[in-house]
Design a protein around this ligand. Structure first.
Ligand code: MOS
Length: 741
């Protein structure tokens, strides 16, 4: 079962509309909350008049900072599973506005329509203050970020080594450039929503849009001083996340606050526009200087990044360390700084830091290769790193990036490329071919799972993880089916419920490794338990067998040397008095094994663009991604992950950006009409290769995760292709047509 291109087991439920999302769970006697958002960016609320809203028939309450319940407050030490250092945003805390779109009131009514209308009747006066939101204006004020637990998985740069400035000055070939990335917002299809069912004795059953039910539970218990058994969070389906659900969002807080105050069930749904009111990929400015010796080996590497954060938290992401992992140069300086601005804290967004940092370094490498007169692919072979200087020169647990380069180039036809810019055409369009490297972490964290052989002889496995569209349901079903030798249709995997064994947020491309390992150890334990019971059955044909003598296939335990000698799993349940048989298991990363290695997935992207010479429009006509991500559990769902990443690469390179009017600190394109992302017509021929990579260090399954690595190489490959087509180096993304003309 493992390694087969199984179609999504949750597909039928999703396409037939049976899969329920957070705002679709209907509970009796439900009320509806609508959020009123701040129209200023910074200042004080001087008056808030809710009387007109309250006078409407059906309005139950309007919560503001003036009348919110006292319990709706949490102290500065509060953390969620993705908290950066600082003090998390507290909705309705006081009269201070810290960012544009900040929730400042919640109207709760018997119907959604009344609540929405009443929200327009809330009158607010502000005493506004000047706001600062433009990173480019404040680069000189950038400072070192505070480091926190989040940096365990998002390391800050290592100390410089060698003398990069001197090496740069003395080398025969060099390049220097500044790269600017704008802000982006996640915009999954499903809007953020929470339905709180207010139960007996105030017990809360919460249907939340989240990438981790356990994280939402942690948040609610801390914010409202509740015990874990008073709060159950359920989130079986997520209509996309991309990182936006890694932290509990304010609709969860407001829905729980209102439900407790009114002792009623409450649903709060945010609008598409309100997607711009929490969390974003931060704007970054990067400076790179590279130098090479005459033979094309790197002589100096300098990569500096400055990113924005909020006034209340130091959000960080890993932007520059990728450079040190990919290029092992004796004279290297990496640096990362932040600047606090009047905005909400940035938030991890698919391949956070990687998509910006690797874009910059991989464009810079392309430019240096051109300056050295060396093919960009040859240049990368020449400067291939065998160890990771950002992690104390550790070797990689596995790194089949060479195979990615070779197989990707072969499939793409890279050898047919003529190197001179503007040398390839098709009619009135310029053709450009570009390539770049991708890299992403291969992490594993602790998780638990439960496996049950049911009274009907079926296997039910569960873990409180999430499936944000990644294929988790499917691959976990495959792992469980494989280990207990059962047909897929007899295996059911469940997730997204805090009553299930503990699992962390789904993020960082770690779920396949993390929850997959938990499912593996748990199913192995169940297999042993079943074998013991089978051996003890009266007249058991396996009575004298050892565990190593048997295997599990077709819902039987069979003897290896004679598979016809077998005990059906159903017979074991029957013998157990018709009671289900269960095991729970925990998987922890094997630190002893992992600690001496740097662990990453790698990729190479090859891209063809067509640039219209008259209009400056760019189309990615075809792209090949070759990916080395350890064992591929399901080539079909894995391919979908890589394709999704590649499409986002097209988006990042050519289309996507949240544009802010810095005079007001307000986004100008808070809708999907003006926040451009690729449509089907923008997505042409995308091809994915998984190169073989064996890794028995990363985790017991040998998987590295594919959620993010498919995106990382694409923006640079596209920008490099645009250079090859046009001769223009556009360093800032997105490359919209006005930048090309
Ligand atoms: Mo991903 S940004 O770790 O959801």
């Amino acid at each position: 079962m493992i390694g087969k291109p199984i179609s999504r087991v949750d597909g039928p439920e999703k396409v037939t509309g049976q899969a329920k999302y957070a705002a679709e769970f209907n509970v009796p006697d439900l009320t509806y909350g609508v959020v009123v958002s701040s129209t200023i960016t910074k200042g004080t609320i001087t008056r808030i008049d809710t009387s007109k809203a309250l006078a409407l028939d059906g309005v139950l309450e309007v919560f503001t900072h003036k009348n919110r319940p006292k319990t709706a407050w949490f102290d500065m030490s509060y953390k969620d599973q993705d908290s950066p250092p600082g003090s998390p945003f507290r909705p309705l805390h006081n009269d201070q506005v810290k960012y544009n779109g900040q929730p400042i009131a919640l109207v709760v009514a018997e119907t959604f329509e009344v609540a929405r209308y009443a929200a327009t009747l809330v009158e607010i006066d502000y005493d506004p203050e000047p706001c600062e939101t433009d990173l480019l204006k404040h680069l000189h004020e950038a400072r070192d970020p505070k480091s926190g637990v989040a940096n365990l998985f998002k390391p800050l740069p290592p100390k410089p080594r060698g003398d990069s400035a001197a090496a740069y000055a003395n080398a025969p070939v060099s390049m220097s450039a500044r790269y600017i990335h704008g802000m982006q917002h996640h915009n999954p299809m499903e809007m953020f929503a929470t339905t709180v069912e207010y139960g007996r004795n105030g017990h809360l059953t919460i249907y939340d849009k989240t990438q981790g039910a356990t994280n939402s539970q942690l948040y609610v218990t801390q914010a409202f001083n509740l015990s874990f058994d008073q709060v159950r969070v359920i989130s079986p389906y997520v209509g996309g996340g991309f990182g936006s659900g890694l932290r509990p969002q304010y609709q969860l807080f407001l829905a729980v606050m209102a439900a407790r105050a009114l002792e009623r069930s409450v649903r709060v749904s945010l609008t598409r526009q309100q997607m711009w009111s929490f969390g974003h990929r931060p704007a970054t400015v990067q400076n790179i200087r590279l130098a090479a010796n005459a033979d094309g080996t790197l002589a100096a590497v300098e990569h500096e990044a400055i990113a924005e954060t909020s006034q209340f938290e130091d959000y960080t992401e890993t932007v520059v360390n990728w450079t040190g992992k990919l290029y092992d140069c004796a004279n290297s300086t990496l640096s990362y700084k932040v600047k606090s601005l009047d905005m909400y804290s940035p938030l991890d967004m698919r391949a956070p830091g990687g998509v910006t940092g690797v874009h910059a370094i991989e464009c810079a490498i392309d430019e240096l290769a051109y300056n050295a007169g060396i093919d960009p692919l040859d240049f990368r072979f020449k400067n291939y790193s065998e160890k990771d200087w950002t992690e104390k020169d550790k070797p990689f647990s596995s790194k089949e990036l060479r195979a990615c380069f070779t197989q990707g180039a072969e499939r793409f036809g890279w050898s047919n490329r003529t190197p001179e810019p503007r040398s390839m055409r098709r009619g009135h369009t310029l053709i450009g071919w570009g390539m770049a490297t991708g890299i992403w972490d291969a992490n594993q964290v602790p998780a638990r799972a439960e496996a049950v052989l049911t009274v009907n002889g079926k296997l039910r496995v569960s873990s409180a993880t999430a499936d944000i569209g990644t294929g988790t349901y499917t691959i976990m079903t495959q792992i469980a089916a494989e280990l207990l030798g059962m047909p897929l249709e007899n295996v059911i995997f469940r997730l997204g419920d805090t009553d299930m064994p503990l699992a962390p947020i789904q993020g960082g491309s770690w779920t396949a490794a993390t929850v997959g390992s938990a499912v593996k150890v748990t199913c192995e334990a169940l297999a042993k338990k079943l074998f013991k019971l089978a051996r003890k059955m009266p007249g058991s044909p396996l009575a004298s067998a050892d565990f190593t003598d048997v295997f599990f296939a077709n819902s039987h335990i069979r003897l290896r040397r004679d598979p016809s000698v077998a005990v059906p799993l159903q017979a074991i349940v029957d013998q157990n008095g018709g009671r289900a048989i269960s095991e729970t298991g925990t998987s922890l990363p094997n630190m002893l094994k992992q600690k001496d290695y740097s662990r990453s997935a790698h990729a190479a992207a090859f891209v063809e663009v067509e640039v219209d010479e008259d209009f400056g429009t760019v189309v990615v006509t075809r792209a090949v991604s070759a990916v080395a991500a350890g064992r591929i559990l399901n080539p079909k769902t894995a391919r979908s992950q890589i394709i999704g990443g590649m499409v986002w690469g097209i988006s990042s390179a050519l289309q996507e950006e949240s544009v802010m009017d810095h005079r007001y600190g307000r986004y100008m394109n808070q809708n999907l009409a003006e926040y451009h992302i690729p449509v089907c017509a923008d997505v042409r021929d995308l091809d994915v290769i998984f190169v073989e990579e064996v890794d028995d260090i990363v985790n017991p399954l040998g998987v590295k995760g594919v959620g993010e690595v498919g995106l990382v190489a694409m923006p640079a490959a596209i920008a490099n292709a645009v250079f090859h087509a046009t001769g223009k180096r556009i360093h800032d993304l997105p490359i919209q047509l006005d930048r090309l003309l």
